[in-house]
Design a protein around this ligand. Structure first.
Ligand SMILES: [Zn+2]
Length: 477
């Protein structure tokens, strides 16, 4: 019965569409057929089936002939490229793309859908360049890894993806997981297939670290459990292994590379700032990544590690806590991005004050390193270092990413520049300016709206009321 129906339905549809001059490969047709086939198959009598089929085609065909536009009436519209807020604008969306931006409130043709955002401030979907979509810090994080399987992390992360999107972040750069899991790559694929709701993801897959370094998942374990983790676990030492690790990440499906150039806070190692790769090793990784069309993001807190990574040609320095004047000059000279993650520094320092929240070795580093990120960011920004918005979501609860805007403005960055860092600049860092980052013709329809006006009150960034990603509305309060 099922096979008979599917054959008849496909043949019938193809013939009808050919008659209407419509390509049967249209995605819209595919989606409609899948949904309607399911409901048809639940019917048992052939007469009922035919009646339903006629009803289905009566609704499909007109939709295809007269593609409906969605018009957003924007009371205020942020143009982050030019650091301006425009008033009374209309944004026209067709399918998953922006097809026009017009002055005033246009009404469109009969059948077009109007979304009223006249009392809101509309802007491009936000982009967070430093998230960990498949983890969330908690007092049990260290012991969880002995109990949880990759599938447990995957299910747990579904809500993280949803909260990130609902907070207005329509694109994220996931800078990897420690250890041997590629749950983040699977998550990216699941979002792309529409299996779960979340932001458009670009992911590093597994973080690459040196033995005993920030990304060595066996740090702090009993001697017989230390083992000697290798490339499959994200550990590589020496030029040859580093080159192979990049190729392995490419094979696994990473979009970019994340390396740990220095020690870090949330790992069970004593030193949170020292250099953990030689310049030669980083150079080899950068050059190999370039061959495979990938950029390199370097986690680095200490001044020496930052300078080695910048000289070796990485695209971005993550955190950059102890960046010194020489490092600032080098970053400007090389056009290296700084992704500050102020909120991560502050929230880990706060958690470290709660007795027993972190193991002692982590708490000490969190208090010493965390609070310094904000002032370093302020200094780097004023000196003219390129800044892209990034928060380290997962180190604090997903969905609170917007608080970074407050910390950035506190450190001296004007609100519209902070929004530019999370749209235009973030898209430039990731390499997707042809797709997202601004609201203009031919870009993907990633559009959000907030209550209030963030150019005068940055707290508005926490009041996201409308979220559209790829032309689909996920939130409209
Ligand atoms: Zn991170």
């Amino acid at each position: 019965m099922a096979a008979w129906l599917r054959r008849t339905l496909v043949r019938h549809t193809a013939a009808q569409l050919k008659g209407q001059g419509i390509d049967k490969k249209s995605t819209q047709v595919k989606i409609s057929l899948t949904d309607d086939t399911t409901s048809l198959l639940s019917s048992s009598k052939p007469q009922n089936v035919m009646k339903k089929m006629i009803a289905v085609f009566a609704t499909i065909i007109p939709c295809l002939l007269f593609a409906q536009k969605t018009i957003l009436h924007c009371g205020k519209l942020v143009d982050p490229q030019n650091l301006k807020v425009l008033t009374e604008m209309s944004v026209v969306v067709e399918g998953n793309k922006i097809t026009d931006v017009q002055n005033g409130y246009t009404s469109g043709a009969a059948g077009d859908k109007i979304i009223e955002l006249k009392d809101k401030t509309v802007m491009p979907g936000l982009i967070d360049c430093h998230v960990h979509m498949t983890m969330q810090q908690s007092p049990s994080a260290f012991t969880d890894k002995f109990k949880m399987n990759p599938a447990d992390y995957a299910y747990q992360s579904i809500s993280y993806a949803r909260s990130t999107l609902m907070a207005g972040f329509t694109t994220v750069r996931d800078v990897g997981v420690v250890g041997g899991s590629t749950v983040n790559i699977s998550m990216r694929n699941a979002i792309n297939k529409g299996l779960i709701i979340g932001p458009r993801m670009y992911t590093a897959g597994k973080i690459i670290s040196s033995t005993g370094g920030h990304g060595d998942v066996t740090n702090g374990l009993r001697e017989d459990l230390l083992g000697d983790p290798g490339i499959d676990d994200g550990i590589a030492n020496g030029v040859d292994a580093c080159v192979k690790a990049i190729r392995q990440r490419y094979k696994e499906g990473s979009d970019l590379i994340k390396i740990t150039a220095s020690g870090g806070v949330l790992s069970m190692e004593k030193d949170g700032t020292g250099a953990q790769y030689s310049e030669e090793e980083i150079k080899a990784m950068v050059q190999t990544a370039k061959d495979y069309g990938m950029k390199v993001a370097a986690h680095a807190h200490g001044a020496e590690a930052i300078k080695r990574a910048v000289r070796a040609g990485v695209t971005s320095i993550e955190h950059g806590t102890f960046l010194d004047d020489e490092g600032i000059a080098l970053m400007k000279q090389n056009g290296t991005w700084l992704v500050p993650t102020i909120i991560a520094g502050k929230s880990t320092a706060d958690s470290a004050k709660k007795p027993g929240y972190f193991p002692e070795v982590i708490a000490a580093k969190a208090i010493a390193i965390g609070p310094k990120i904000q002032s370093t960011f302020g200094k780097a920004y004023k000196a003219g270092v390129k800044i892209a918005f990034g928060t380290d979501a997962g180190v604090y609860p997903h969905g609170k990413n917007w608080i970074e805007f407050i910390y950035m403005t506190e450190a001296g960055m004007p609100p519209l520049e902070a929004i530019k860092a999370a749209t235009v600049s973030a898209a430039e860092l990731i390499g997707i300016t042809d797709k997202v980052g601004t609201i203009e013709k031919n870009k993907l329809a990633d559009i959000i709206a907030v209550d209030g006006d963030p150019s005068t009150d940055i707290q508005s960034m926490g009041k996201v009321k409308f979220v559209m990603k790829d032309g689909v509305v996920y939130k409209n309060d």
